[in-house]
Ligand binder design. Structure first.
Ligand code: GTP
Length: 261
């Protein structure tokens, strides 16, 4: 665990997602290195940061930014594990809002971990999608404010990784289904929230109106897709993996994070 002075100076990756997704299991595994065996986890009740120093894993895929670290280079960052429980969500969003305008200690990226085996259950899907909707809306509002202030698009949003966990379980949905199920459910959530907005008489046509700021993605579109967040400089990738058991493991997530520092 890092001391406080170094905590404030390291780039941060925020690990979020519903309860039971495996956030603490993933954080523990990353802290101990990719080959360590996971240990027992506990229910997280507060944000908890761990310092990770690791060589960037080598792979065939290229870093998305030419300025990013290259394979084999050592990178150091903080991974902040957050509580999944809905009642504690304000703390998670506060951490996003508390991101300083200075570059140090800034949240560089958000990893939204979900249980791909649970997403075929309607209740679990609804929970996960509601969290994702609210998270993306917080990021979109921040990005919109920066866009209006004239900042370049690339600096307005944060990249988001939707990490579909527990692919070791045979009931787990593949990444493509995780994406389409979440998009469909977010579409439903968006529609029901906007109906409430309209019922409350908030003007929907004015550009930059409250209604547009409360609407996720392309305004008034029928169907929500992750690609719509690109308009706000928010790139979303969906990658499957697993913390325990047999499967693709955590390597691709690890790489995604290292490339966004
Ligand atoms: P909260 O702290 O409540 O927000 O949950 P969390 O997201 O931190 O979940 P946690 O790490 O406590 O994991 C929940 C359960 O899922 C634990 O029993 C883990 O062992 C299990 N788990 C985590 N990752 C995997 C995985 O890849 N495959 C399987 N089969 N189980 C996993």
């Amino acid at each position: 665990t890092a001391n406080v002075s170094s905590l404030t100076n390291l780039p941060t990756i925020l690990l979020v997602g519903p309860s039971g997704a495996g956030k603490t299991a993933l954080a523990t595994r990353m802290e101990r290195g990719p080959d360590a065996q996971p240990t027992e986890t506990h229910t997280t009740t507060n944000n908890h940061s761990i310092e990770i120093e690791t060589p960037v894993p080598s792979s065939s895929s290229e870093s998305p930014s030419s300025s990013g670290p290259s394979a084999g280079e050592h990178v150091k960052f903080l991974l902040t594990d957050t509580p999944g429980h809905g009642k504690l969500r304000a703390r998670v969003f506060n951490r996003l809002d508390a991101m300083g305008e200075n570059d140090k200690g800034r949240v560089r990226a958000v990893v939204f971990l979900c249980d791909a085996a649970a997403l075929s259950d309607p209740d679990s899907l609804r929970h996960a999608a509601a969290y994702l909707h609210d998270l993306l809306l917080v990021l979109q509002r921040r990005a919109s404010a920066r866009i209006r202030a004239g900042a370049p698009l690339a600096k307005c949003g944060n990249p988001v990784l939707v990490a579909a966990n527990k692919l070791d379980l045979f009931t787990a949905l593949p990444g493509t289904a995780v994406k389409s199920n979440l998009e469909a459910e977010v579409t439903r959530i968006r529609a029901s929230r906007s109906k409430r907005l309209l019922d409350s008489g908030v003007g929907a046509d004015e550009v930059g109106s409250e209604a547009q700021d409360d609407w996720l993605g392309e305004y008034a579109s029928q169907k929500f897709t992750f690609e719509q967040m690109g308009e706000f400089g928010i790139d979303i990738d969906v990658i499957g993996g697993n913390v325990t058991g047999e499967g693709p493991g955590i390597e691709k997530w690890w790489q995604w994070m290292a490339y966004r520092l």
